[in-house]
Design a protein around this ligand. Structure first.
Ligand SMILES: *Cc1c(COP(=O)(O)O)cnc(C)c1O
Length: 430
């Protein structure tokens, strides 16, 4: 550890590398790690340099409890503008009547909706976690499973897709106050219109959690759930490619309930630097260039799925409508955990995931979730993803030559550099 000997005056003009070379070195190594492997975790992305700048801005200094025009602190008139911009852009992007851009992350966006319209003990129906749901959709150890009576429906054993007859039967049985659709590992379109019909039949409210596919929605490549839902929640850092954060969209009638649930209900001061970054993320997501990027994310997912299947591997539902494919290893010798570790040795970063009706525990699992948003951000196209699929197939084959496979992955990274010429953060200039 470096001995701290700067003066107070110096500390106020020095950048990270000078004040804290330990942390600067770690951050530098993390950027090297991101550059030197192929990022295939479906929930990750590489955000824009403009978003990184906003996240690193002095707006982090501002306390702004409350909402634009109705704050509990003075001096909010400037940050009010950026939150208003973020709200207006979010509404326009997704055709929503109301937006709350204050959730610190996706989990808080879901919590805000639950706090807005549910009482502890109320019944909710969601997608099972092991069929692609999310821990905030009623996992027993999560706040959602502790506070509310969550029930779950799953996918069909034959098609591995949501079985809407089963959802309806379950909804009639459970009589939930709220139905939650969307998830973290479902490769197919979330048909909010079908969930709406079911919700109407049992008198439930409907929420879609589009945390994973919000970018596809923004680009018009996935049906917009806002057309059919009372609430739509999301992250801004997955396919949407913005800062690590969340937001809630809802119908006007629920606007004040959602706003009050978030503040003062569950959060204190909003992260104004992150809200500024969300505004920039929404501005970019409304552009033609973003649509091109999302089209490539989709095309790459199709190329990846086709390549894996041509190589003899199984993927759930036989394809994808989104940015992710789910490798189903049940017919092989591999567990999800072992496959994840092997792929990591070959410079491919993925996460193991249960498949529906998995007989292995989640820490081992029988599937691997593979997504295209991050690698597409660094420029990978279909032919690159055909090569990625081939590396995956070869790495899970008998007698795989791990060093040679790692070299193939590194060759792809070298051809498609991440943040060329950028160190990952801006430097303070006194
Ligand atoms: C990622 C995700 C979340 C949670 O987002 P965090 O930002 O990690 O809190 C919620 N719901 C779904 C479906 C997700 O995939």
């Amino acid at each position: 550890m470096a001995v701290v000997q700067e003066t107070f005056a110096e500390l106020k003009t020095l950048g990270l590398e000078e004040v804290d070379p330990d942390v600067a070195a770690i951050l530098g190594r993390e950027l090297d790690r991101q550059r030197g492997q192929i990022e295939l975790i479906a929930s990750e992305n590489f955000t824009w340099p403009s978003v990184l700048e906003a996240v690193g801005s002095a707006a982090t200094n501002k306390y702004a409890e409350g909402y634009p025009g109705k704050r509990y602190y003075g001096g909010c008139e400037v940050v009010d503008e950026v939150e208003e911009l973020a709200r207006t852009r979010a509404k326009a992007l997704f055709g929503a009547e109301h937006a709350n851009v204050q959730p610190h992350a996706g989990a808080q966006a879901n919590m805000a909706v639950y706090f807005a319209v549910l009482n502890p003990g109320d019944r909710v129906l969601g997608l099972s976690l092991d069929h692609g749901g999310h821990l905030t959709h009623g996992l027993k150890v999560n706040f959602s499973g502790k506070l509310y009576e969550f029930h779950h429906s799953g996918v069909s054993r034959e098609t591995m897709m949501v079985d809407y007859d089963e959802v309806l039967a379950k909804a009639k049985d459970v009589r939930p106050k709220l139905i939650v659709c969307g998830g973290s590992a479902y490769p197919r379109t979330v048909e909010a219109d079908k969930f709406r019909a079911i919700a109407d039949e049992v008198g439930a409210m409907l929420m879609c959690d589009m945390a994973h596919f919000a970018g596809l929605v923004a680009a018009g490549l996935h049906p917009n759930p806002m057309e059919h839902c009372d609430f739509v929640t999301s992250t801004s850092h997955k396919t949407l490619a913005g800062p690590r954060a969340g937001f809630v969209l809802c119908r006007e009638e629920y606007a004040s309930a959602v706003d009050r649930a978030l503040f003062p209900g569950m959060q204190g001061g909003p992260l104004m630097h992150t809200i500024a970054a969300k505004a920039t993320c929404f501005r970019i997501a409304a552009s033609e260039a973003f649509k091109d990027y999302q089209r490539q994310v989709r095309a790459n997912a199709d190329a990846l799925g086709a390549g894996l299947q041509e190589g003899g591997l199984s993927i759930l539902t036989g394809g994808t409508d989104t940015h992710l494919v789910q490798l189903d290893l049940r017919a092989t010798e591999w567990t999800g955990l072992a496959a994840q570790e092997r792929l990591e040795e070959c410079k491919l970063t993925v996460n193991r995931n249960t498949v529906p009706f998995d007989e292995r525990p989640p820490m081992v699992a029988s599937g691997v979730r593979i997504g295209t948003p991050a690698a597409t951000m660094r420029g990978f196209d279909e032919s690159d993803f055909t090569e990625v699929a081939s590396i995956i197939v070869d790495s899970l084959a008998d007698g795989a030559d791990v060093p040679a496979l790692g070299q193939r992955a590194v060759a792809l990274c070298d051809r498609r550099p991440l943040y060329p010429g950028f160190r990952g953060y801006t430097t303070y200039v006194a």
